[in-house]
Design a protein around this ligand. Structure first.
Ligand SMILES: Nc1ncnc2c1ncn2[C@@H]1O[C@H](COP(=O)(O)OP(=O)(O)OP(=O)(O)O)[C@@H](O)[C@H]1O
Ligand SMILES: [Mg+2]
Length: 285
């Protein structure tokens, strides 16, 4: 499922006035099966970009294309419904959207709404709860009786149950403890690789971008200023500085090591595993 944005500008209606443009002439193509991190400072337009992909914010000019569905300022509700089925959206703190009496009802809501039978929705709920790493006994519990991390997984299971081809997530690990964070990101990576789910992840955490994403989109004041591999982004300290992005720890160590020792490591290291391998290769450990 190819995603394409063509010269998209967007703004918000604020009562009777329009906000300044929050997306400015954004052109972008995201290939199916990729894992893309969307990064950039606060207010840069990352969440607004996701909303365009999901049809929640319509372009004021330009258009977006999700597969063969085109979204522009005049797109009908029917097309938007189709887009929302293809692009599953996980908002920041998605657990705040849980509403049903049981976890199962929550997960089944989307599929039933899209016309699945009760039986199919039940089977799907079991499959999805397992997919997010929870036991199916949780299906009969109230979503409100769960821990923060469990609630987040239930919310994601609900989005997955709608069978999206693209999963767009806005800061999905905010507020999770380190192991909850690692588990969720590993699941995303696993779905991305084994099910060819396209993942678009908004994050402020460069360690996450470096470890899990293949590509990065950098936004700055409503514009896409970089779209390319995560490795080339983190190779370029000058760019990171300009866009106020942190340097991942392993890369920071590498730069320091190279400056002090005068030895260049064979490649740009994004994780401690890569750093350890590179140090072994140059015979320093
Ligand atoms: N619902 C809204 N109504 C009006 N203006 C909005 C709305 N949502 C966002 N904006 C404005 O749009 C701009 C971009 O916001 P957006 O939420 O897309 O940024 P962001 O990159 O996701 O920031 P953050 O990292 O803080 O989440 C900001 O100037 C913001 O004030
Ligand atoms: Mg945001």
């Amino acid at each position: 499922m190819q995603i394409k944005l063509n010269h998209v500008t967007a703004d918000y209606q604020l009562g009777s006035v329009r906000s300044p443009r929050v997306l400015q002439d954004v052109s972008l193509q995201i290939a199916p099966g990729t894992f893309t991190a969307v990064v950039g400072s606060t207010g840069a337009g990352k969440s607004s970009l996701l909303k365009v992909l999901n049809g929640l914010l319509l372009p004021k000019s330009g258009w977006a294309e999700i597969g063969d569905i085109k979204i522009n300022s005049k797109t009908s509700r029917k097309s938007l419904k189709a887009v929302r089925k293809i692009v599953g959206m996980v908002f920041q703190f998605p657990e705040s959207q849980l509403f049903a009496e049981t976890v199962e009802q929550d997960i089944s809501f989307g599929p039933l709404n899209f016309g699945a039978s009760r039986e199919a929705a039940h089977d799907l709920a079991i499959k999805m709860i397992r997919r997010v790493g929870l036991d199916e006994s949780i299906l009969q519990q109230s979503p409100f009786s769960l821990s923060g991390g469990q609630k987040r997984r239930v919310a994601i299971a609900g989005v997955l149950a709608q069978g999206p081809e693209v999963l767009a997530l806005d800061e999905p690990t905010a507020g999770l403890d380190p192991s909850g964070k690692r588990e969720l990101l590993s699941l995303l990576k696993q779905w991305n690789k084994s099910k060819r789910l396209t993942v678009i992840l908004v994050t402020h955490d460069m360690e996450t971008a470096a470890r899990y994403a293949d590509d990065a989109v950098v936004m700055d004041r409503g514009k896409v200023v970089y779209h390319g591999s995560v490795r080339s982004l983190f190779a370029d300290s000058e760019k990171l500085n300009r866009w106020q992005l942190d340097v991942p720890e392993a890369r920071r160590f590498q730069l320091k090591f190279e400056a002090v020792s005068g030895i260049r490591l064979p490649n740009v290291c994004l994780t401690e595993e890569e750093l350890a391998a590179a140090l072994i290769e140059v015979g320093r450990v």
